[in-house]
Write a protein that binds this ligand. Structure first.
Ligand SMILES: C[S@@+](CC[C@H](N)C(=O)[O-])C[C@H]1O[C@@H](n2cnc3c(N)ncnc32)[C@H](O)[C@@H]1O
Length: 196
């Protein structure tokens, strides 16, 4: 229990509506609030398995959708996938080769948690920073980025890092997040670009 609908309701709703997980509703909320995805945007989704965000993205753009995850992503019509680690330079190179123009990078990646709060928080922020670095390497100027993080001591630094690269940076909770969770999304719009 705990979200706006309660855990079971959200889970059942996702099942009923054909989404691979309840996370689909989080991206829908973010899109409703911030309109980060435009109808002809090419999208790269980091930490995309099992693929519910990919399903939502596929409905929001007519352009290309590419999902990356450590785990295999079951086939989804009109979606390309890469099995790999977002911190691996070979994966970044492969994305550049496959998709030379990227308008949107989204990241819902989460590491396996150990249960040790401070270690887990540090690991999450490290993964977030890797995702931000990934976005800065592939995004077109003017592109958008959204990432799942968690409130904690290192969060302000991540937020500040996003502000270095995007003209507009906001945080957002989603109603479909479980109650009590410190989950917080950063929505960064209008990529400034990085010097080559
Ligand atoms: C919460 S799930 C993502 C759910 C997805 N947005 C959806 O809607 O189906 C988090 C994912 O992050 C992936 N992940 C964690 N670390 C990663 C990394 N370094 N590179 C790629 N994927 C990673 C995990 O394998 C896991 O599948």
């Amino acid at each position: 229990m705990g979200s706006q609908w309660g855990y079971d309701k959200a889970y059942l709703r996702a099942k009923h509506e054909g989404y691979r997980s309840r996370a689909a509703y989080k991206l829908m909320e973010i899109q409703k609030k911030f309109s980060i995805i435009r109808p002809t945007d090419n999208i790269v989704d980091l930490g995309a398995a099992p693929g519910s965000w990919l399903q939502v993205e596929r409905n929001l753009t007519t352009a290309r959708v590419l999902g990356i995850d450590l785990n295999p992503i079951a086939e989804l019509a009109g979606v390309e996938t890469i099995e790999g680690d977002i911190s691996d330079p070979a994966v970044i190179a492969l994305v550049k080769e496959k998709l030379p123009l990227v308008n949107i990078v989204l990241c819902d990646a989460a590491p396996k948690l150990s249960g040790h709060k401070s270690y887990d928080q540090a690991r999450i922020i490290e993964l977030n920073e890797q995702a931000l670095a990934f976005a800065c390497k592939v995004l077109k100027q003017g592109g958008n980025f959204a990432i799942k993080s968690f409130q904690g001591t290192d969060f302000p630094e991540l937020y500040a890092d996003c502000r270095k690269f995007f003209y507009s940076v906001r945080t957002c909770n989603t109603k479909s997040t479980r109650k009590g969770s410190t989950e917080l999304y950063i929505v960064a719009k209008n990529f400034i670009g990085t010097p080559e």
